[in-house]
Write a protein that binds this ligand. Structure first.
Ligand code: ADP
Ligand code: MG
Length: 320
């Protein structure tokens, strides 16, 4: 297959044919029609082999992941995903690889009724960029700058699992086959919390997705909101595979600092907590309160008794 046959046979296979896509793949650029009462929000991410995923990672997982990490950004904004564009730089024309990649990519795309509306294909070291486009109700976006003192800090899911998978890939730890599978699934196939983001509109004051680690990403909220925080380590949600594999201190270190989990971290006023918890239950998404926003200008990590273990102004310090 030449370049155009690849585009036609592999990438122009949208099962979803959206009414708001006026012109999709095939022209010099795509045209979409945004409803007049909505705004467009965009995000792009690049995955580079050997940096963002291991060499020889399964192609379907890469296809899934490049879209998932982008969708995680839309989730953190409270946006509804609509379209995507995809730029692929490939070292060789490997049809099986392309088909596997497309399987992972289109599987997730379809789940969100999104349409691939264009892209680019070129030859070179493996490098994949995906841009996603979503709509947002004016004024309703979840941002990093809205956290208020005494807001509760919540996170979805568990933290540190993707970090454990990376440790395992580097042969720093050994996992049983069963745990390995679970942990690798979380690393390769993070679930973008789109439904959570949409539900949090009007409830959360600030939100971010955790791609670089809790402390670093919550640090962005604090910086943008000009606030501080107290995080209680005993409240951090950690999975059984993590706590069974590492010592408590190490697990906490992973939960605080390891990246790639793509869970959401949000802050919410106390009077909206009950409504949020009810809705999370309806969505069947586990959430955990891990601390509070304060009027200080630092992040404090404390134990269950309230003893301060570490404080940091910048929001990035290693624990333990
Ligand atoms: P141009 O040279 O004008 O940029 P191309 O020849 O690169 O256009 O691409 C032709 C069409 O195929 C365009 O509509 C482009 O968006 C689409 N396309 C190219 N690569 C991809 C891809 N990997 N996925 C989806 N669409 C693609
Ligand atoms: Mg052109």
């Amino acid at each position: 297959m030449d370049e155009f046959e690849i585009i036609e046979n592999i990438f122009n296979q949208n099962e979803i044919d959206r009414d708001d896509v006026i012109l999709g793949i095939g022209d010099d650029a795509a045209i979409v029609q945004i409803p007049p009462h909505l705004q467009l929000t965009l995000s792009i991410d690049t995955l580079v082999e050997g940096i963002h995923f291991p060499k020889d990672a399964p192609a379907d997982k890469i296809g899934y992941r490049v879209l998932a990490v982008n969708l995680s950004d839309l989730a953190a904004m409270g946006a509804l995903p609509c379209y995507a564009t995809l730029a692929l730089t490939l070292p060789q024309n490997n049809q099986q690889w392309l088909r596997d990649f497309a399987k992972g990519f289109f599987g997730l795309l379809k789940h969100y009724k999104m349409q691939l509306i264009g892209g680019n294909l070129s030859h070179g070291p493996l490098n994949i960029s995906c841009q996603v486009h979503g709509t947002i109700v004016p004024g309703a976006a979840l941002t990093r700058h809205g956290a208020k003192a005494s807001d509760l800090i919540y996170v979805t899911g568990t933290l540190g699992d993707a970090g454990l998978a990376l440790k395992c890939l580097k042969n720093d730890v050994t996992l049983t086959e069963n745990l390995r599978e679970k942990i690798f699934e979380k690393y390769y196939c993070p679930v973008p919390r789109i439904e959570v983001g949409l539900m949090l509109r009007g409830l959360a004051n600030a939100c971010i997705d955790i791609s670089d680690g809790l402390v670093a990403d919550l640090g962005h909220i604090l910086e943008r909101s000009h606030k501080g925080a107290v995080i209680v380590i005993n409240q951090l949600p950690m999975s059984a595979p993590l706590t069974q594999t590492l010592k408590f201190e190490q697990s906490v270190g992973m939960a605080l600092h390891a990246g790639d989990d793509y869970e959401l971290c949000f802050t919410i006023p106390c009077n909206k907590e009950a409504e949020m918890l009810k809705k999370m239950q309806e969505l069947n998404v586990p959430v955990t309160c891990i601390g509070k926003i304060t009027d200080s200008n630092y992040m404090e990590i404390s134990d269950a008794e309230g003893h301060s273990l570490k404080t940091s102004k910048t929001g990035y310090r290693h624990f333990g």
